[in-house]
Design a protein around this ligand. Structure first.
Ligand SMILES: Cc1cc2nc3c(=O)[nH]c(=O)nc-3n(C[C@H](O)[C@H](O)[C@H](O)COP(=O)(O)OP(=O)(O)OC[C@H]3O[C@@H](n4cnc5c(N)ncnc54)[C@H](O)[C@@H]3O)c2cc1C
Length: 499
């Protein structure tokens, strides 16, 4: 029988599990998080990478969700300034799809809900406006017949690194973080959970006072591995969404929200300096592991973007593609685009030993979800501290502006590659200093794998960010895979296997 008794065992190292782990550890609870694969390796690295209110959710009257999400934009800009950046979204006007008055009204509501949600806090994001699309640089992006449009603010985020930053914060606050450790099942015994975890070395048994099921698309499977009676009273709807990445389609730092003729919208985002991210789709799937972009989805995204862009998008342009499964709370809605993106909890307190299961949610609202999850568990932990995550920066987030941070790093390390220091600031914020360590010249960075990836940072990913495989490093800890040739990637795989 293991001696340690944790307060919380969290199943799932996506954004929700990691967010709850950080919040709980900071309130003084002892936390153990297990993740069957890589942290953020499932849905939380496959999003559209926006912290957004969700303009389109207004059409479905999701006012609570939109207001909460809008307020989180400013919070995330404050606590994770290295992983987020303000983004202006341009929506070309197409009268046959939605009348101008409807869009103006929607944007007015968006601005108002944003201000209400951020009461007593500084609002930095500019409000919405009408815009002339025939002026540069937008004129160079869109086909000539789009003359009028609208512009509003949201925020771009590095979803995978945001998840990692939460896991790392939790770890620094004392939480146990176990990636590649699968939750097999649990029973209640003597007022505690007794859970079996499995990793490459075999199985272990851990004990906890409460269990949090943050398994995302696998939430129902984890419920099924709990004692009978703990099963979900809510259901999950699995809706796949896919993205493609192509070389930069247009100049400028703005994003586009484009209305498609099926009344859905797709997004074009400037991505990793040299690329454009295009997404997404809504396809119902049966199993949590059913992620994988199909030729139909590729064709849909290329067609929807090419209706607007001056440069047509073709499948042959794609340099990267990814797909994820949304674990949506099943509200009985048939159209997958219309299923609510809000979250809900199911608390089972059989024998006063709680299991809290999470259904739905967004990257945007993970911090509020974590606060509410802990509020639901508060009766079991009367000595737990108050909410705190809205004002303490995530690891690396304690700086004023990114430009200043980059300048400081570059002036302190004149012999290190300036582009690498810039990427480092974006990925690690002030923790870049820990990555640099005692390196004084490019030779101190070890092997150069291409794409701006050096051995020194790889070792940091492995030592401090739980990275193991090449994919963990090339596509989640960094996006250097985008800039490496196939031969460089193969070489990196080989090097990692032999290290
Ligand atoms: C295409 C798409 C676009 C999106 N765009 C946005 C966006 O722009 N903005 C936004 O705010 N949200 C967006 N979302 C929603 C957001 O990505 C998800 O709501 C969020 O990532 C879900 O996080 P999670 O922690 O619940 O799930 P996950 O990230 O899937 O994490 C659950 C984890 O649990 C682990 N797990 C499962 N079973 C076990 C087990 N037995 N033992 C151990 N571990 C287990 C899994 O491996 C997984 O890593 C998007 C989603 C998709 C699919």
């Amino acid at each position: 029988m293991p001696a340690t008794i944790h307060d919380l065992l969290i199943v799932g190292g996506g954004i929700n599990g990691a967010g709850i782990a950080r919040d709980a550890a900071g309130r003084g609870l002892s936390v153990l998080l297990c993740e069957q694969g890589d942290l953020g390796g499932a849905t939380s690295s496959a999003s559209s990478k926006m912290i957004h209110g969700g303009l389109r959710y207004l059409e479905y009257h999701e006012f609570r969700l939109v207001a909460e999400a809008l307020a989180e934009r400013e919070v995330m800009l404050r606590i994770a300034p290295h992983l987020t950046r303000p983004l202006r979204f341009i929506m070309p006007h197409v009268p046959s799809l939605r009348p101008a008055w409807m869009i103006r009204l929607g944007l007015l509501l968006y601005d108002c809900l944003g201000r209400i949600g951020s009461l007593n806090r500084r609002v930095t994001l500019p409000g919405s406006a009408s815009i002339d699309l025939t002026r540069p640089p937008i004129a160079q992006s869109l086909q000539e017949h789009y003359g009028q449009g609208f512009v509003y603010s949201d925020v771009a985020v590095d979803d995978a690194r945001l998840t990692l930053a939460n896991a790392r914060a939790a770890f620094l606050l004392g939480a146990g973080i176990r990636p590649r450790s699968r939750f097999i099942g649990a029973t209640r015994a003597h007022g505690l959970w007794q859970a079996t975890l499995e990793n490459a070395d075999g199985t272990t048994v851990v004990r906890s006072r409460a269990l949090v099921n943050a398994a995302g698309p696998w939430v129902a499977e984890v419920c099924a591995a709990l004692p009978a009676g703990t099963g979900p009273r809510a259901k999950v709807q699995l809706v796949k969404g896919s993205h493609i990445v192509v070389p930069r389609l247009y100049p400028g730092e703005h994003a586009f929200i484009l209305q498609n003729d099926d009344r859905r919208v797709i997004f074009l985002l400037p991505f990793e300096e040299k690329f454009t991210l295009i997404g997404t789709t809504d396809v119902r799937v049966e199993k949590p592991g059913d992620a994988g972009i199909t030729a139909d989805e590729v064709a849909y995204l290329c067609r929807a973007a090419s209706r607007y862009t001056r440069t047509a998008v073709a499948a042959g342009d794609i340099v990267w593609r990814y797909s994820g499964v949304r674990p949506l709370f099943d509200d009985g809605q048939n159209d997958p685009s219309r299923v609510s993106r809000d979250y809900t909890f199911v608390l089972d307190q059989t024998d006063h030993v709680p299991a809290l299961s999470i259904f739905g949610g967004k990257i945007t609202t993970y911090r509020r979800l974590a606060e509410k999850a802990l509020a639901r568990l508060a009766p079991w932990f009367p000595h737990m501290g108050p909410s705190w995550t809205d004002h303490r920066p995530l690891p690396g987030g304690d700086f004023a502006t990114l430009a200043e941070l980059v300048e400081t790093l570059q002036s302190r390390h004149p012999a290190l590659p300036p582009a690498w220091l810039k990427s480092l600031a974006r990925r690690h914020g002030t923790e870049a200093v820990r990555v640099i360590g005692d390196a004084r010249s490019a030779a101190d960075l070890g092997l150069n794998f291409g794409g701006g990836l050096y051995q020194r940072e790889v070792e940091y990913f492995i030592e401090h960010e739980w990275a193991k495989s090449a994919d963990d490093i090339l596509w989640r800890r960094s996006k250097t895979g985008l800039l490496m040739t196939a031969a460089e990637q193969d070489e990196f795989h080989r090097w990692l296997q032999t290290t």
